[in-house]
Design a protein around this ligand. Structure first.
Ligand code: SAM
Length: 387
C-alpha cells in the first residue's frame, strides 16, 4: 500500500521552482530580484546536476541539529520569494507505469474506505469539501461515484500533474466500481487525453490555503470536510478551525487523518524523532513560515480547538512514536504497559529537558502520539430536509 505523500518526497519544485513575473526594459534589478534570478537559474534543467550535488553536500555537512536549523532558515527565506499559494509543487516523482497506476488506485481506494468507516450513512446526497487532495482527484471521484452531490477540492498549492497518467489511474479506478457507481462516475468526468471534470459537481481550487478559504468558498456549505495528512501543515490552527466552523451547517462533520511526525526534518539525519519540538517558536517559524513543513501541533492542540468550538469529538490514535506501522485499528487512548512501555518512556525522558517551553509539560501520551483521526460534528439543530 502506498503511503501518504510527505515533505521528504517533495521534488525540487518546492524550493527551486520557476518564478513568475518579469522585468521591464531598462529597469535595474533590485537585490531581491537578483536573488530570485539566481534561484531561477538554479532551477533550470542545466543546473539540476549541480543542484543535486549541492543537496548531497548539504546532507553531508548539515546533519547536526544546528546545521539543519541554519539550512532550514536559509531555505525558508528563499521560499519567501518563491513558494506562494498556487505555486506548482511536485509531491512525488513517479514513473507513469501500469504498476504505479495500480498502486495509486489501491491507495485512493484505501483512503476512501478509511473515510467511509466514519460515515455510517455513506455519501448519498452529501456536499463534500476535500482539503489538500495532492496530485489527483481520485477520492473526490469516489465520493461522487458513491452518491455525493458535489465535491470541492481545496488546496494551497497546485500539484505538478501528469495528465495522461492521471487518466489511466482514473480508468483503473472506474474498474473498481459497480455498474451504478460507474454511471455516476461517468456523469462527472470525461476521460480522454486528460480528465475533464463537470465543474458544477467537482470544483478544484488550488491556490488557496484553508485559512483564507471562507470568502473564496462563498455560500458553499459542505456537510462533510475531510482530509488526510493536511492539518499538520496549516499555518494557523485557530484560523483554520474557525473557517471550517463557519462553513459547516449544524450536524456537519469533520473527518481528518493527521500525521504529526517531523517529515524527516531531523529524524532523517538520525536525530530523536521529536527533535523538531526543541527549537523555540520564533526559531521554528523562521525555519518554516514559507515552507511546506509540519506545524508541529500535537494531539492536544487539536483537542483544544474542538473544545473551544464546543464540538463533540473523538481522536482515535493510529500511530505511536517510532513505530513505522500504524495500530491495526485506531485506539481510544494510549494505555501504559499495553500500547507503550519502558522503552518509549525512556525516549520521552531523553528529549523532554530539551523541548521548547510549549511542549515541555505535555503528557507522555500526547508526546507519544504521532498519528490520529479527528472525528467531530458541529452541534446544533439539524435542519429537516423538506423533501
Ligand atoms: C501530504 S499532502 C497529502 C495529499 C493527500 N491528501 C494524500 O494523503 O495523499 C498535503 C496536501 O495538503 C496541501 N496543503 C498544505 N497546506 C495547506 C493549507 N493550508 N490549506 C489547504 N491545503 C494545504 C498540500 O498542498 C498537499 O496537497
Amino acid at each position: 500500500m502506498t503511503r501518504p505523500i510527505k515533505q521528504s518526497e517533495i521534488g525540487q519544485d518546492t524550493f527551486f521552482g520557476s518564478i513568475a513575473g518579469g522585468r521591464g526594459p531598462g529597469q535595474r534589478l533590485s537585490n531581491p530580484k537578483l536573488w530570485c534570478l539566481f534561484v531561477y537559474f538554479a532551477d533550470s534543467p542545466a543546473m539540476q546536476i549541480p543542484m543535486n550535488v549541492l543537496e548531497t553536500v548539504r546532507k553531508g555537512l548539515f546533519r547536526s541539529r544546528r546545521g539543519i536549523i541554519c539550512w532550514s532558515i536559509l531555505k525558508n527565506a528563499v521560499n519567501g520569494f518563491r513558494l506562494k499559494p498556487g505555486s506548482k509543487v511536485r509531491f512525488i516523482d513517479e514513473t507513469p507505469s501500469d504498476e504505479v497506476a495500480h498502486e495509486k488506485v489501491g491507495y485512493i481506494r484505501y483512503m476512501f474506505d478509511e473515510y467511509l468507516r466514519y460515515l455510517p450513512d455513506g455519501m448519498q446526497g452529501k456536499t463534500v469539501l476535500e482539503l489538500g487532495p495532492g496530485d489527483n482527484f481520485g477520492v473526490a471521484l469516489l465520493c461522487l461515484a458513491h452518491g455525493a452531490d458535489t465535491v470541492v477540492c481545496l488546496d494551497k498549492y497546485a500539484a505538478v500533474r501528469q495528465p495522461e497518467f492521471e487518466c489511466r489511474v482514473y480508468w483503473k479506478l472506474r474498474e473498481t466500481l459497480t455498474g451504478e457507481q460507474q454511471a455516476r462516475f461517468d456523469q462527472v468526468v470525461m476521460l480522454d487525453k486528460q480528465a475533464t471534470f463537470d465543474e458544477e459537481r467537482l470544483r478544484i481550487i488550488n491556490d488557496c490555503p484553508l485559512e483564507n478559504a471562507a470568502s473564496r468558498l462563498g455560500r458553499f456549505q459542505p456537510h462533510l470536510i475531510l482530509s488526510r495528512s493536511v492539518l499538520e501543515y496549516l499555518k494557523t490552527l485557530e484560523g483554520a478551525f474557525d473557517v471550517m466552523d463557519r462553513l459547516l451547517p449544524p450536524g456537519g462533520q469533520l473527518i481528518h487523518k493527521v500525521d504529526v511526525r517531523d517529515d524527516g526534518l531531523f529524524s532523517a539525519s538520525g536525530h530523536h524523532p521529536l527533535t523538531f519540538l526543541t527549537p523555540s517558536e520564533i526559531t521554528y517559524r523562521a525555519m518554516t513560515s514559507f515552507t511546506y513543513r509540519p506545524n508541529r501541533m500535537r494531539i492536544d492542540d487539536f483537542r483544544c480547538q474542538l473544545k473551544r468550538l464546543g464540538y463533540p469529538f473523538e481522536l482515535p490514535i493510529t500511530q505511536l512514536l517510532e513505530q513505522e506501522k500504524e495500530f491495526s485499528s485506531p485506539i481510544g487512548r494510549l494505555v501504559k504497559n499495553n500500547h507503550y512501555g519502558k522503552k518509549e518512556l525512556e525516549r520521552i525522558k531523553e528529549i523532554r529537558p530539551h523541548l521548547a517551553k510549549r511542549f515541555s509539560a505535555m503528557s507522555n501520551e500526547d508526546l507519544l502520539t504521532t498519528g490520529f483521526w479527528l472525528i467531530a460534528k458541529k452541534p446544533g439543530p439539524v435542519e429537516e430536509d423538506p423533501s
